[in-house]
Design a protein around this ligand. Sequence first.
Ligand code: SF4
Ligand code: SF4
Length: 216
Amino acid sequence: MIRSITQIKPLEEIERLLEGLGRVFIIGCGTCATLTQTGGSPEVEAMKGQLSEKGKVITGVTVVPVACDHLTGQILNDIATPLKQADALLVMSCAFGVQTIAHQMGKTVIPALNTLFIGRETGAGEFNESCNQCGTCVIGETGGICPVTACHKGLVNGPCGGTNNGKCEIDSDKDCAWTAIYNRLTQLGRLDSMRRYQKPRNHLGEPSPGKFRIPV
Ligand code: SF4
Ligand code: SF4
């Protein structure tokens, strides 16, 4: 399953962000941040202990099922009193969850995590980036393997010269994405699609912030 992969910020940074905010309510997320062990119940309780030791008053803690879901506001409003008592909400979820809560709650919201990438669990406690939402998806021609994220150089027109026995020249622990693509396309009998040239992307054509409207 695809997840937002997060990492807990250093405690010193969280303390700095909470400067002058003595009363804190901590919110974890029961989905991605629970899986990555950055914002589930044990991490929320550990954060409560650490901040209490630093002199913060913790008015309450909770772990919402899916922080980035629009229902989060409703769930949090059911525990309105300890939330109101807090000077700030410390959110242990990915940035989507933090933004959802900031938008819905009208209170100071502090992120406790850094959001690293959208990824997939590839082994016990191991997560790999799956897609960086490049806007020009090429995986229809690469056997469903994304070269933009899986290749260290983000090459979309075949491998570099450094492939070594199926491993990447930059990180010998990592499989070469283009060897994997070659093998997958061979299996599928679609090796010809490796010959198709992928045009350079027009980075200038992507306005920020990204917006999309369904054409009418
Ligand atoms: S090519 Fe890779 S990064 Fe780009 S949209 Fe497709 S899966 Fe995502
Ligand atoms: S060895 Fe493979 S994965 Fe590594 S940079 Fe070259 S083509 Fe990409």
